[in-house]
Design a protein around this ligand. Structure first.
Ligand code: SF4
Ligand code: SF4
Length: 295
């Protein structure tokens, strides 16, 4: 597998406004998500716990799913969601605020939803090669290649974003996929008290989850046991409280970008120098790890 990622960030940015026909959709498949985030990165329980330990519990966001035909389901806000027994199943990913970025080989910065860890200036990942770099990102697009599923890199190529997938041999040491029978309690979690979730589905659909909503799911994920539906209530409560109290540079940057953003896909009304200064102010100076640039 050999990739040319410089100037791309196709798997870190929601670039549907740039080319809706070429971009993919997380809404395809048997269990469409209730939210509209693009390329959400599913995290393992250990990754979630490690972000929480680093004070980054405010960068995590849950995803619930519509049930497939044969699935069990539970009703929340009058909407059926996929469930294991009577517990709604969910994954946790990284939040994607609007940022001023010029991905997939474009020149002009636009307001596009982008991973909380993407440096808008260099289009590099701020936690690349760090202990916290998610397994999903480190192995992308290995599972797609192994399964013969279209990659984001090829979609970027189709959108005229340059040659990206230079060698399509899947790596030999791929970990198990994020979804599958082994994933329960490891990357797919079950929320133990569905009655607590009144209003959550409406807020997921409106992209209006509160810090308390997100913290509930972080708690349930950290309290989960791999391979089982059981949740340790003490661990859940403690993790939920820590996630709710988190106040990281990244969580603050999400709020700042969201307050400043123009409409989805709109050009950024700043010259390159001012844009870079704003990125420094909201991210680098606020504590974000730097990126080296491509030279
Ligand atoms: S963690 Fe890094 S590589 Fe993964 S989606 Fe976010 S910016 Fe991209
Ligand atoms: S879409 Fe492919 S080429 Fe583009 S940044 Fe992601 S992995 Fe690299």
């Amino acid at each position: 597998m050999e990739l040319r990622c410089e100037g791309c960030a196709g798997c870190c940015v929601d670039w549907r406004p740039l080319d809706p026909d070429a971009a993919g959709s997380d809404r395809a498949g048997e269990r469409p998500p209730l939210d509209d985030a693009y390329d959400l990165v599913p995290l393992t329980r250990d990754e979630v716990a490690a972000f929480l330990d680093d004070g980054l519990g405010d960068i995590l966001v849950p995803r619930l799913f519509e049930p497939a035909e044969r699935d069990l389901s539970v009703s929340i806000d009058g909407v059926e969601v996929a469930a294991a027994r009577d517990r709604p199943v969910f994954v946790l990913g990284l939040r994607k605020p609007p940022k001023p970025v010029a991905p997939i080989g474009t020149e002009e910065s636009r307001w596009l939803d982008a991973c909380v860890f993407l440096d808008p200036t260099t289009l590099q990942c701020r936690i690349y090669d760090d202990d916290r770099y998610p397994r999903t990102c480190a192995t992308y697009p290995g599972h797609n290649l192994e399964l013969g599923v279209e990659t984001e890199c090829e979609r970027v190529e189709d959108a005229g974003g340059g040659d990206r997938l230079l060698d399509d041999e899947s790596p030999p040491d791929l970990p198990p996929p994020a979804f599958g029978p082994q994933a329960l309690g490891a990357t797919i979690f079950a929320y133990p008290n569905p009655d607590d979730l009144d209003g959550v589905v409406d807020r997921i659909r409106a992209d209006a989850l509160t810090a308390d909503d997100r913290a509930r799911f972080v708690g349930a994920a950290v309290g989960s046991r791999p391979g089982s539906l059981s949740v340790d209530r003490d661990r859940m409560a403690e993790a939920r409280a820590r996630a709710r109290d988190a106040d990281s540079w990244a969580g603050r940057a999400v709020r700042e970008w969201t307050d400043r953003a123009g409409a989805d896909g709109d050009c950024v009304d700043l010259d390159a120098e001012s844009r870079d200064r704003l990125v420094s102010e909201l991210e680098d100076d606020a504590g974000a790890p730097g990126t080296p640039g491509w030279d």
